[in-house]
Design a binder for this molecule. Structure first.
Ligand code: NCD
Length: 306
């Protein structure tokens, strides 16, 4: 399997997805039965996280250590040579001499490609600004298939910041390959899905609609929510204007809905009372992150498990 660098969800074709899912199921069994394996005991993983992260960072750390790998890491720019003005390319080139694979979360859209080009070892984009988050789309699609048995023939709703949510961008890119699906983007008028995403999905025959209110939801099977991306608003007053207006409560969930996902952190977008519902899948989704990232690390390093 030739995937050596994961920059964009566009690389996640259906055969690649199925291969990763199969390995992730084996990783889940390893975690449940033995806790760890020594598949990557001779490998060192470099984690370069220049933007805040809890789930992605910890699940990659957990994944690497459950596979027996060592870790070197940079967290935040404060304690590093970036403070002294070092370029991203130089820093990544150096880190790639210290490890066998780099996972990086970077603040600017497009930084993942620059970093991957500089890296001498396999590279994984763990989020580049408001652009993409391909490993999250693996976690999301795995969760949907494990809970609903399919990714095709489903109506998906996405809210509430499709303009700036990299998780929504990557998930839509992956899902758009599947048959007979519809996307309904729900957001304030200023935060509608970017044109490039809508065009790509429409070209691939996804039925796309956009609404400004939860009341207009089109019988979704899956509701995928992500917080308004506070740190990416050029105008803070816009964030303040909508932060409490877009929130899912149990009363607003249509009867058609079978699964509610959120890459987390949850801020205001889902009322706490939704957590009690069996269709609230976001904490199970977060746990799947470890199995998926174990599978991805093994695959990019060319290691198979029996
Ligand atoms: C997402 C991210 O970083 O884009 N979080 C995550 O990785 N689980 C979503 C977010 O921050 O809103």
């Amino acid at each position: 399997m030739p995937l050596e660098r994961l920059i964009s969800a566009r690389q996640l074709t259906i055969p690649v997805l199925h291969e990763i899912f199969q390995t992730a199921r084996k990783m889940r069994t390893i975690c449940q039965e033995k806790g760890r394996t020594n598949l990557l005991a001779d490998k060192m993983i470099g984690l370069v996280f220049l933007e805040p992260s809890s789930r992605t960072l910890l699940s990659f750390q957990s994944a690497a250590q459950r596979l027996g790998a060592g870790i070197v890491f940079i967290q935040g720019v404060g304690s590093t040579s970036f403070e002294k003005g070092e370029s991203l390319s130089d820093a990544i080139k150096v880190v790639s001499g210290y490890c066998d694979l780099i996972v990086a979360r970077l603040p600017k859209s497009g930084d993942a490609q620059i970093a991957s080009d500089a890296s001498c070892v396999p590279f994984i984009n763990a989020g580049d600004g408001g652009n993409e988050h391909p490993t999250q789309s693996l976690v999301d699609t795995f969760t949907i298939i494990e809970e609903l048995g399919t990714l095709s023939n489903l109506q998906y709703a996405f809210g509430f910041d499709p303009l700036q949510s990299r998780s929504i961008h990557s998930l839509c890119l992956v899902l758009s390959q599947f048959e007979n699906i519809g996307f309904d983007f729900i957001s304030p008028p200023e935060l509608m899905a970017p044109r490039w995403l809508v065009e790509q999905c429409t070209e691939r025959s996804v039925r796309v609609s956009q609404s400004t209110s939860l009341a207009e939801l089109k019988n979704p099977d899956v509701i995928y929510l992500n917080r308004l991306q506070e740190e990416r608003f050029p105008d803070r007053s816009l964030f303040e204007k909508y932060r409490y207006e877009y929130r899912l409560t149990p009363e607003e969930i249509p009867a058609s809905c079978r699964l509610i996902l959120d890459p987390l952190p949850r801020v205001d977008e889902i009322a706490l009372s939704v957590d009690e519902l069996p269709i609230a899948g976001y904490f199970r989704q977060a746990q799947n992150g470890v199995y998926l990232r174990m599978a991805l690390l093994a695959m990019l390093l060319g290691r198979d498990i029996a």
